[in-house]
Design a binder for this molecule. Sequence first.
Ligand code: ATP
Ligand code: ATP
Ligand code: MG
Ligand code: MG
Lengths: 227, 227
Amino acid sequence: MMALRGVWKTYHGPAGPVHALRGIDLTIGQGEFVAIMGPSGSGKSTLMHILGCLDVPSRGEYVFRGRPVHGMSHAELAAVRNREIGFVFQNFHLLPRLSALRNVELPMVYAGVDRRSRRARALALLKEMGLADRADHLPSELSGGQRQRVAIARALANRPSLILADEPTGALDSATGRDVLQLLASLNREGVTLVIITHDEQVGRMAPRMVRLLDGRVVSDERQVQG
Amino acid sequence: MMALRGVWKTYHGPAGPVHALRGIDLTIGQGEFVAIMGPSGSGKSTLMHILGCLDVPSRGEYVFRGRPVHGMSHAELAAVRNREIGFVFQNFHLLPRLSALRNVELPMVYAGVDRRSRRARALALLKEMGLADRADHLPSELSGGQRQRVAIARALANRPSLILADEPTGALDSATGRDVLQLLASLNREGVTLVIITHDEQVGRMAPRMVRLLDGRVVSDERQVQG
Ligand SMILES: Nc1ncnc2c1ncn2[C@@H]1O[C@H](COP(=O)(O)OP(=O)(O)OP(=O)(O)O)[C@@H](O)[C@H]1O
Ligand SMILES: Nc1ncnc2c1ncn2[C@@H]1O[C@H](COP(=O)(O)OP(=O)(O)OP(=O)(O)O)[C@@H](O)[C@H]1O
Ligand SMILES: [Mg+2]
Ligand SMILES: [Mg+2]
């Protein structure tokens, strides 16, 4: 469903060009569960932004569900992201002036879901994340791990067919992290495509497939026994 | 050097009072290395803000180096923080319009260090963090783990006698995380007091002393064999 071919991403940094991705070939099929690992700075978050149609390659092609992404208009890309993709960003990107509840409702607002249904769904998701009693708190009134869980709840709001999660358990204690991962794994068993960036080898081992980056390149791409 | 007695911290949240700390008794001596662990929302970051004189208890006392903190003026607290304490915050709190280099220099600017010395020290710290070639990048032009390392470099800038680090390796791959922890452990061997909040049991085991929080209380406080 997603095919990157010869993808480069170059930033024009203050000290000269930074080639964050250097010729990535990667195909991920519908319903797969892929872990992406690699050292800090190796290009994982950049790769996720391209997979999620949030950014465009500097070179190469990205075909998403049979459609070349560079051929899509801004409006089409925004619609694809809203309806089909759930994002958990490395630094959450919650809206600071909206409560946890409103943050989780936001993708449903854009998708045109009626008020009653989106409120019910947002509350159910927060409850699943153990945050029912934090629904009205602003992000600044939440702990780091609580913000991360709000970001996860928001990613699931529109029941996306693809979830891109950048270190979704980074701020969580192991018990809470395990609950979150089991929820994501169960969504994958229902057919949701799941791509998780992680620094945690234990988390990485849960996926049937492991892609490792180094300096903007794929250095290994392997099936693995899950454990 | 730091003694909390009967410390409560109550936030007035939108859904009613939240008792983030509920009667904390904790004494940490000069030169100790303490790990603080506990579930998401258990009060760890709140505890760190009180230890670091960034916030005041709602009830109870905090004596820092023999001086009751509630007796200090704003100016005195700011001076203590700047000269004696290095903070690594859970969400980094880098200034978005300053480069990595300038962010690391900032505590030294406040401490009155001359331009040449602070630039040399900031560059040396960034080099130690593997970020020499990112000195002029803004935080938005850095990866998550690179921002974390800039935050760590900044915490060390004024050679503080106390380092309070809230999940300092959360965004780092294991190799980079290990390097950072070894640097912090070596500072502790030189006499720096080190308090690390972590969700990672492996990181926690590196400290000779482990304090665990649950629902705003200390539930265990133990010497442990380091490993
Ligand atoms: N806007 C930008 N301008 C210049 N360089 C950038 C920019 N954004 C990212 N970079 C650089 O691109 C490289 C890849 O960044 P990316 O965020 O993809 O890494 P990552 O693998 O997610 O790292 P981490 O594990 O630390 O989160 C980094 O070296 C970073 O400094
Ligand atoms: N400004 C605030 N108003 C209301 N409640 C708050 C506020 N700040 C924090 N809280 C609540 O206080 C509790 C403790 O927060 P704290 O950030 O200390 O937790 P933590 O142990 O660091 O969690 P994590 O591991 O997720 O970072 C949380 O339940 C949080 O929702
Ligand atoms: Mg990243
Ligand atoms: Mg915290």
